[in-house]
Design a protein around this ligand. Sequence first.
Ligand code: ATR
Length: 265
Amino acid sequence: MKKYLVIGNPISHSLSPTLHNHWIKKNKINAIYEKKQVEKKDLKNIVSEIREGHIQGINVTVPFKKDLIPYMDKLSLEAESTQSINTIYLSDNKIIGHNTDIAGFELSLKKIKYNVYNKKILILGAGGVVSSIIFALQRMKALSITVSNRTREKAEDLKNFFKDILISDWGKISDFDIVINATSIGLNKDDKINLDFSSVDSGKLFYDVIYNPEETDFLKKGKKLGNLTENGKMMFIYQAHQAFTLWHQIMPDINDETIKILNND
Ligand code: ATR
């Protein structure tokens, strides 16, 4: 039986096993997908398990998306450009590190038929997923991307890879068409985002990378002011879909049932 894993710390919240095992069953594949909480010191051994054929594929979540890079034989263009890996597999005896968060984000916008071309983007946060979001937005030809992070230096670091981005102070709401919450504010149901969007015209897109809870305080604020809102559920589904297709060479269905099994609010 083939074995797949998602690793991170913490990992208990991850819905990747639910989704992958659902598709594994639907497609009658002889495989299992599990989650494992690991420490940084375990990463090398876990990767060797792929080389030795004990594990066929690994998904990676916070906080190891960058830490795994030194253990890869090869990075895909997406992983290299973002310095972020979320999908690992063996190909021609080489351990490949790939990034499907980029496609996940891009497809989630295509699903709602949102055209990013020439749009002004404000990203809140500078954590692990932000480089993937910037890469996708640049590929979709956004006009400008401004990153605002509580710790300004972390936003400045992103400039080493993405020279064209702008940096603004935390809390300063620049003019935007899309605002993306990529902070962890909202993961806890009672979290409130301490930003004032009341001066912003309506008709913007408020996008939250968080999908559980389904509607964060950030999305509630956006909706109340008459804006379009989107949570991170489709991004999550599409990144998993890309990894699944890569590993099993089968494109699983995304339908109402898929979306429903992730409703655990
Ligand atoms: P990591 O930074 O390890 O990649 P993450 O969950 O991907 O972790 O990122 C968390 C993001 O949420 C960071 O941008 C963090 O800001 P800092 O870089 O200043 O830590 C942001 N964040 C978390 N709590 C926050 C808060 N209370 N106010 C503002 N930003 C917050």
